[in-house]
Design a protein around this ligand. Sequence first.
Ligand code: UD1
Ligand code: CA
Length: 454
Amino acid sequence: MKARTCLAIVLAAGEGTRMHSARPKVLHAVAGRSLLAHVLSAVAEAGIKATAVVIGPGQDDVAAEAKRVLPAAATFVQRQRRGTAHAALAAKVAIERRPDDILVVYGDTPFIRPATLKRLRTPLAAGAAVAVLAFRPSDPAGYGRLITSGDELIAIREEADATARERAIDLCNGGIMALAGNSALAILKRIGNHNRKREFYLTDAVEIARGMKLRAVAVEVEEDDVRGINTKGQLAEAEAVAQQRLRKAALDAGVTLVAPETVFLSADTKFGRDVVVEPYVVFGEKVRVEDGAVIHSFSHLVGAHVGKAVSVGPFARLRPGTRLGDGARIGNFVEVKEAVVEAGAKANHLSYIGDAVVGADANIGAGTITCNYDGSAKHRTEIGKDAFIGSNTALVAPVKIGDGAYVGSGSVITENVPARALALGRGRQVIKEGWAARLRVHKPPGKKKLPSKQ
Ligand code: UD1
Ligand code: CA
């Protein structure tokens, strides 16, 4: 049998009024990734080829996020926000291509799994016109209630329109609906807005399908799969659920998390074998940690690649573009940005390494700063292998330090240093015997005893 074709319509046009935020709701992040990115990845992983994202007018940032995550996705603009059915119809052109199945997925349900999307399509293959994802939330407030009879779905009642008896129903609409492609458009076009909010509700598709003598069913899943996010409170709850899952996955894969509840991960954090993560570490987007590395407490990593057996922290900050070679050491209060630190190189204390290359086995002394920014442009610093940079050195970029060179501590280096050379970029020390007391001018008068002039 030929595989059934499928179109996913992702609704993301809502303003997210209940978030009280200038940012569109679907761009809020869970586990370091936008709600929209979570949903679109699930759609892609479910093997759905055609995707339509419905955005609001002027939401270029939402369109850009959709493109970034799923370049093949088409975007449609819903000019006025008149409800979820109205939003789905913004993708009418795609619906008219008559895919076998249509999945309408809400952009604010980030935990939807590819397997669940597949499962929701199975009743369509068996002849149903509408299949709705159902769940029993611990708090049903805000969700549409499912009115069922046996395994038939009779109607979905939005909370604002529900009677007290209907509100007591604990089976709710998870916000994902599968529609058979051959009747979808006819159903969607018949949906009206005779309800309290004067919106075109997608949920009315159930009653309309039944009126057309078509079958509607509910497919029940766990709450965490369909958790919808409307408020900052729900966003925080979702984050907690996401973190629990990510920590468990990391532990299951063999990562040592000494205090898992204190470690924050991103959906895309990748670990090798025998990695140890101490308490209170934050992993932002795009971090990869290779075998045997140790991330000490209070470190913050984003966009960094940590090589094998590397030691990071405590209190280290790795920013995007950091690549640490095998066995490198980045110690306390060291910040690295857009820099390659090659194998075995060390920056153990209090440094800033930005827009730089640090050669293999080089040693960066405490307090070394790459002065990469001149107020208008960024410049690069290149440090050769086996170089030694003395403590409290300012490397004024652009500048190159050759292999094996030695820079005396306290230097301000403004010119390139040849390989194996010694560079002392500081003023000579001056000694004036017995002068110390002269400078102690704050001593009360009378008690001051100046040394006799030499
Ligand atoms: C919706 C369901 C409800 C379900 C819940 C699950 C309807 C009428 N209600 O309620 O039964 O229990 O989701 O989470 O469908 N959107 C648009 N354009 C619009 C309106 C909404 O694109 O004109 C988008 C939003 O961006 C959002 C999604 O559709 O991603 C759902 O809208 P939302 O307002 O959050 O619906 P709920 O009130 O949560
Ligand atoms: Ca919602």
